[in-house]
Design a protein around this ligand. Structure first.
Ligand code: AMP
Ligand code: TRP
Length: 328
């Protein structure tokens, strides 16, 4: 059997070029070499309040985007997390082997809990549910962006702790980061990672933004006080634009230097904008085709869930047996 790949994305906000370059592009690429499961993690989304009608719509929209970027349902299973109930069941068992201190150390948890006065306990449990998503399919490889590395380390720790307490039960997964684009920064604030939830229309390029909007956002991107590209002294904003270009076009470091050294920032931005527009055009065209076909997305999600449920149920049974829980 081919090794298994699993990854997930939250159905909140609009998927952007950071999601694409950090994770989704890799998902589409490796699906032909591995047994792949890709998960729209709606249970993670509700760790903070979501408007119910909007959440429902975002799940379908995201499924459409994932199909449009090239997730091929004849090679991969595309699922919605909450439609495979066993994820939540395993999450409870893993919660019971996870020390609170491990969760308090998570930088995303610290950032979220510092930003708000009162948070739901789901925000703290979030990485345990993520571990369940991965371990339930015995995934060997998890393609994600750099911001998920710490959660993946925790997943490995939880798997190892469970295995040592109760006997070998879970595959300990490996993190797979892209070489370029693992951390795309906000266009307006290049010190912060591009995020779905960050306010400000100049922050992120959404995968479904029309060309004129993409152009406007990139032309307004924050740079630095140099007039032109100098690879030795370029600030975070310029380095980010170069990374976006390199990741979309898959240029080598050498080709990038030759093309951009000494280029004025106005021209750099125009070149990057046109490369992004060209790369997103076929994705947007496929998105329109996919969403025009009534019932297609729902069918893909249903078939995906049906295919993976037996795998998930098997692992839960194995974990229950290992722990001595009742399995008739
Ligand atoms: P999320 O939007 O948080 O559900 O993230 C989905 C995937 O996109 C995860 O694998 C993240 O690591 C990745 N990702 C999110 N934001 C970025 C970013 N700014 N740069 C690179 N990868 C990202
Ligand atoms: N926490 C991830 C994020 O915000 C999403 C996620 C949930 C995930 N379950 C996962 C990623 C399992 C990889 C594997 O990006």
């Amino acid at each position: 059997m081919r090794p298994r790949v699993l990854s997930g994305i939250q159905p909140t906000g609009s998927p952007h070029i950071g999601n694409y370059l950090g994770a989704l592009k890799n998902w589409a690429k490796i699906q032909y070499d591995y047994d792949s499961i890709y998960c729209i993690v709606d249970l993670h989304a509700v760790t903070v309040y979501q408007d119910p009608a909007e959440l429902r719509a975002k799940i379908e929209e995201l499924a459409g985007v994932l199909l449009a970027i090239g997730i091929d349902p004849t090679h991969s299973s595309l699922i919605v997390q909450s439609s495979v109930a066993a994820h939540a069941e395993l999450a409870w068992m893993l919660t019971c082997v996870t020390p609170i201190g491990w969760l308090e150390r998570m930088t995303q948890f610290k950032a979220k809990s510092e930003a708000q006065e009162s948070i739901g306990s789901g925000v703290m449990q979030y990485p345990v549910l993520m571990a369940a998503d991965i371990l339930i399919y015995q995934a060997a490889i998890v393609p994600v962006g750099d911001d998920q590395s710490q959660h993946l380390e925790l997943t490995r720790d939880i798997a190892q702790r469970f295995n040592s307490l109760y006997g070998d039960t879970f595959v300990v997964p490996e993190t797979r980061l892209p070489t370029v684009g693992a951390r795309i920064m906000g266009l307006d604030e290049p010190e912060k990672k591009m995020s779905k939830s960050a306010a400000g229309s100049g922050h992120a390029v959404s995968l479904l933004d029309p060309p004129d909007v993409i152009r406007k956002k990139i032309l307004r991107a924050t740079t630095d006080s140099n007039p032109a590209v100098d690879f030795e002294t370029a600030g975070a904003g310029v380095r980010n634009l170069l990374a976006i270009f390199q990741a979309f076009t898959e240029s080598t470091d050498e080709a990038l230097r030759t093309q951009f050294s000494g280029m004025r920032y106005g021209d750099l931005k125009k070149t990057v904008a046109e490369a992004v527009i060209a790369a997103l055009e076929p994705i947007q065209k496929r998105y329109r085709e996919i969403t025009a076909e009534t019932g297609y997305i729902a069918r893909v999600l249903e078939e995906g869930a049906e295919k993976v449920r037996p795998i998930a149920n098997d692992t839960v049974k194995k974990a229950k047996r290992a722990m001595g829980l009742y399995t008739p």
